[in-house]
Design a protein around this ligand. Sequence first.
Ligand SMILES: [Zn+2]
Length: 239
Amino acid sequence: MTTLLFRRDPYLQEAPAVVLQHSPEGGIVLDQSLFFPTGGGQPGDSGWLIWEGGRVVIATTTRNADGVIVLVPGSASALPPSGAAVVQRLDWERRYRHMRMHTALHLLSAAVSRPVTGGQIGAAKSRLDFDIPDPVPERGNLEERLNLLIGSDLRVTESMIAEEDLAAQPQLVRQISAPLPQGHGRLRLVGIGEGAGQIDLQACSGTHVARIGEIGRIQVAEIARKGRNSHRISITLDS
Ligand SMILES: [Zn+2]
């Protein structure tokens, strides 16, 4: 099984690895992965693998049907052979934007405080779909509240919860976060703020920034009706 380096330290940009195998689809499986696989609305990581005598662009990263993390090459160039020692390097600029956006969506779900029915994270624009009857939040007001929250620079925390304990607290599960068991039937809880000052807590397997101030100013780009009780709220980063 691949060790999840992105889980241990989401700020790690470069690390060594050994190629375990090539997948039948032509992807690469490593003993430890910096590359986050597509999931919970967050796109898979891209970057490069470098080894003695070679280099390949990684276009994206997925999980196959068995849950194995597969790095998908961006071209048909030669791949590092099984057993090869490689250096894996992330497209950090893109990943860091995903981390900022992902954490901003936690804030958005806390600020709107309605059931989330879907969502998508992108480096340029991200969105959540909410089950919201009228009236919907006013765009400028919501944007101001979100930026006030970001200004508080609360810490993002992680803890573990047993699957059966999570099942007893369904409010901690939101569709966007698509929590995955982390082994031994435990899942990860991601909180924003601590103790009485905690403003959000949900099961999530994505990558987040350490403090919400790192998100920087955001804009609520659009609040669009998607159905009778469904609204889509899109956000962009100021920089
Ligand atoms: Zn998350």
